[in-house]
Design a binder for this molecule. Structure first.
Ligand SMILES: Nc1ncnc2c1ncn2[C@@H]1O[C@H](COP(=O)(O)OP(=O)(O)OP(=O)(O)O)[C@@H](O)[C@H]1O
Ligand SMILES: [Mg+2]
Length: 411
């Protein structure tokens, strides 16, 4: 679980509760676990949901609210209580603090005041790195043309990240029509993105995890809808909420986008911390990367987080050199993944990830090193040759014992 505060709120006033909810939805560091409109039922809500923080709005009935704060402090000592009121009466503030409230928030609440108060709570709970360290790293994986290897990378990167027990990793298949991440993981999921999107307001952490398919590698999958028509039921707004919920639950979210660069694909790219653009060293692919980069320039911040990954390096034929590709793109190649047709076809046909199918293969090593580089564990440049971006660690293995060239050619 990432460093996200799970919250429950009680406010008998529907209007102020909705406004508090809306403010909370905008904050990255929280997830609203439960809401309640009656002081009398809030104890049960806390017992069922066990949140980190309880926010008690006091305007409904100040005396009842203070009594409730006192009760929570006694019966749920691990829950941090924040109170909120439109009154700034010193006596009320004092009484609520004596009852056990840690913060007094003035209504209508300013988002920055709420964020600061919650950051203080997060620091107390998770230590100093809370707030400075982002809860969840979102990696969008896109391809510069069909069949370039984006799903292969998204799935295997997910498995490589999930191999570190400190990580909790989920893969979202956003190729709503033809996505095949479930095939790569040999799973028949019970629920899909459509189910989760339609129920997102009712889901909590536990229900969400139950709706996802967990692979033996530790990677969770939220697959594309089963029926083609169901894809249309996923709106950008739904998707934003699903991504918010996944971010609040996992340390890493990997999004395998479609090649249509639709509104929801672009929204995913906007929400991502890193956009991995998979390409191969041929003219149509590189030309598309240039075109995409030009479009990305119109979306603030997108170009800066773009990392170009060249897949199937060494597949021979009329490949363009890495140097020429970099010159054409005007951007460094962030990572190179070797061509290994035989291993990759086995991985796909057997529905088994690289780490399991071919743990010692150079391609597996390359994907694992990419996971480390993205996590900041290794500097991609420190393992590069002067020729630019070629990872030594796999180069040593791969250039000598490259996958059988005949298999590489039998595409
Ligand atoms: N490094 C590689 N070496 C050899 N073959 C590869 C490599 N990466 C992927 N492939 C093969 O390329 C094919 C396409 O891969 P994949 O489905 O991951 O691409 P994609 O970009 O997701 O395709 P789509 O456009 O259908 O979503 C698969 O057969 C896969 O095994
Ligand atoms: Mg794909």
């Amino acid at each position: 679980m990432s460093n996200v505060l799970r919250l429950a709120i009680v406010d008998p006033n529907d209007a102020s509760r909705s406004s508090l909810k809306a403010t909370l939805m905008g904050l990255d560091i929280v997830w609203l676990e439960a809401e309640c409109s009656r002081y009398a039922f809030f104890g049960d809500v806390l017992a069922q949901t066990n949140p980190d923080v309880a926010i008690v709005a006091m305007d409904g009935d100040a005396n009842q609210a203070i009594e409730l704060v006192e009760n929570i402090s006694h019966t749920h000592a691990n829950v941090t209580v924040l109170v909120a009121s439109s009154s700034t009466d010193g006596n009320l503030i004092l009484r609520s603090m004596r009852a056990g409230a840690k913060e007094f928030l003035t209504l209508p609440i300013k988002p920055e005041d709420l964020a600061t108060a919650l950051q203080r709570v997060a620091k107390l709970r998770f230590g100093n790195q809370a707030g400075s360290q982002k809860g969840c790293r979102v990696l969008a994986v896109s391809g510069s043309t069909g069949g370039v290897g984006s799903t292969s990378l998204a799935v295997n990167l997910g498995c490589a990240l999930a191999a570190d027990e400190k990580n909790s990793v989920v893969l979202l298949d956003l190729d709503l029509a033809l996505g095949d991440a479930d095939v790569f993981l040999d799973t028949i999921p019970e629920y899909t993105l459509t189910d989760v999107a339609q129920n997102v307001t009712r889901l909590d952490f536990t229900l969400l995890k139950r709706s996802l398919t967990k692979h033996s590698s530790g990677l969770y999958l939220l697959p594309r809808p089963v029926q083609l028509e169901d894809a249309q039921m996923v709106t950008a707004e739904d998707l934003q909420r699903v991504i918010g919920l996944l971010k609040a639950t996992f340390t890493h979210l990997i999004i395998d986008t479609s090649k249509s660069f639709s509104a929801i694909d672009l929204m995913a790219l906007d929400l991502a911390d890193d956009v991995l653009m998979i390409t191969q060293l041929d003219l149509p692919c590189l030309r598309n990367v240039v075109r995409l980069m030009m479009s990305f320039d119109h979306r603030p911040g997108l170009r800066e987080k773009l990392k170009i990954i060249v897949n199937r390096v060494g597949q021979g034929g009329a490949s363009i050199s890495i140097k020429k590709a970099q010159d054409t793109l005007g951007q460094e190649i962030y990572w190179q993944i070797p061509n290994d047709f035989r291993t990759m076809i086995e991985v796909r046909n057997n529905g088994v990830p690289l780490l399991e199918q071919a743990p010692k293969a150079a391609i597996t090593h390359s994907v694992c090193q990419l996971a480390d580089a993205l996590a900041g564990k290794t500097d991609p440049n420190s393992t590069s040759t002067e020729a630019g971006g070629k990872s030594r660690s796999w180069l040593g293995l791969w250039s000598g014992k490259k996958a059988d060239p005949s298999s590489a050619a039998t595409r």
